[in-house]
Design a binder for this molecule. Structure first.
Ligand SMILES: *Cc1c(COP(=O)(O)O)cnc(C)c1O
Length: 383
């Protein structure tokens, strides 16, 4: 018997994540005028729907850009030319903070980590003490390239104890999967994007500032990403530029679902999903790429050295319709990143793990079928 080729592709990448059909359909409405009262109400509704996931002092602002646009807006609004900043670089996304800081003429002190590791707080403390006039510290909540979740609460405590600097947190792949209460933890700028935890296609970014950060906007010239201008307009649902209207409609449908589940339950579910993936990996005899502080949004599994990871992922896609992300840069061909974030239920996860288990068998990494999936099923079973 020959089985059918995959009838549909399934996404197990850490962005974009699956979008519910209702959210996609809501985005098909194309007769929206972005200055109409109906559309302004949609903007206000989306800002309010995002707030529980940020727990920010004001409802987050919505930008029409990918997540990197929110990163750039944090850099241009909160730093000036020549300002000393610290960029924590634990992978591909941490490196983006370094590059952004350099592009905008900051004096960047980079704390470069070995991929798969997290911040050594003592080393960070020393670096802060050695940086007079430190303006801001930039970090990821989840370093998506390695599957590490940096200890944001500890970093926030340290930054505020040792300096007067602002703490900027890129939570593009973390929010929804991780509960990150911005105000309680003392985060000065928290940002995210639509295509990761929020179950919406790519193209929107979200950003919130603390009162302290609003009081310290830099005098740098800026135009598209002028947060003060956005703040004034978005109070009444008016974005500075023409927004991605269809995406905001989709976002509102996904946010209703996410808020029905609730922030705490989202955090709990993602924690369990990550545990299920780790148990499956251990059953397969594979180790994790993240050495500690494992993310709740994705699990980065290291492949045996003799396995060609690029070919393995190609096989998973072509044979089983399952799209996983591989490694970037130095991790290319060496890891599989299994995403489990967003509007992604346990049956989605089990389908992904099944496809991966078949693939591992086809590549002779494992001998027996069903054991990793059984471990995950057991972990996810909550009668
Ligand atoms: C996906 C992601 C981004 C944003 O990437 P875009 O391609 O610009 O949307 C930023 N930071 C992290 C940690 C991410 O995972």
């Amino acid at each position: 018997m020959r089985s059918l080729p995959p009838i549909r592709n399934r996404l197990f990448c850490p962005g974009p994540t699956p979008v519910p059909a209702e959210s996609s359909l809501a985005g098909l409405e194309t007769t929206l005028y972005h200055r109409s009262s109906e559309f302004k109400a949609e903007v206000l509704q989306a800002r309010k729907g995002l707030q529980p996931f940020f727990q920010s002092p004001e409802d987050p602002l919505i930008l029409t850009s990918s997540g990197s646009g929110a990163m750039e807006s944090a850099m241009v609004n909160l730093t000036g030319e020549g300002d000393p900043i610290i960029a924590i670089n634990g992978g591909k996304f941490g490196e983006r903070w370094t590059k952004l800081g350099q592009a905008y003429g900051c004096q960047v002190k980079e704390m470069r980590l070995t991929w798969g590791e997290t911040v050594d707080l003592d080393a960070l403390k020393t670096l802060i003490q050695e940086t007079p006039g430190l303006k801001a510290v930039f970090v990821q909540a989840n370093e998506t390239s390695t599957g590490v979740a940096h200890p944001i609460q500890d970093i926030a405590d340290l930054v505020h104890k040792e300096s007067d600097a602002l703490l900027v947190v890129d939570a593009v792949s973390a929010l929804v999967a991780h509960h990150i209460p911005m105000t309680d933890w003392g985060i000065d700028c928290l940002l995210s994007g639509s295509q990761k935890g929020f179950g919406t296609p790519a193209g929107l970014a979200f950003i919130a500032l603390s009162d302290r950060a609003w009081g310290r906007l830099s005098s740098r010239r800026r135009f598209y990403f002028d947060l003060d201008r956005e703040r004034k307009g978005q109070e009444s649902g008016t974005t500075a530029w023409t927004p991605a209207t269809s995406l905001i409609r989709s976002l509102n449908v996904s946010l209703i679902k996410l808020n029905d589940i609730g922030v705490e339950a989202c955090d709990q579910y993602h924690r369990t999903a990550a545990e299920a993936c780790r148990e499956a990996s251990a059953t397969w005899g594979l180790s994790l790429f993240s050495k500690s502080h494992h993310s709740q949004a994705l699990t980065a599994v290291a492949l045996p050295a003799e396995v060609d990871g690029v070919a393995l992922l190609k096989h998973a896609k072509e044979r089983y319709g399952a799209m996983f992300a591989g490694g970037q840069d130095q991790a290319k061909g060496k890891i599989v990143r299994i995403a489990h974030l967003g509007l992604f239920d346990m049956f989605d996860l089990l389908a992904g793990l099944t496809a991966l288990e078949y693939t591992l068998k086809d590549f002779h990494v494992i001998e027996e079928l069903g054991q990793g999936v059984a471990a995950a099923m057991t972990r996810l079973h909550q009668p």
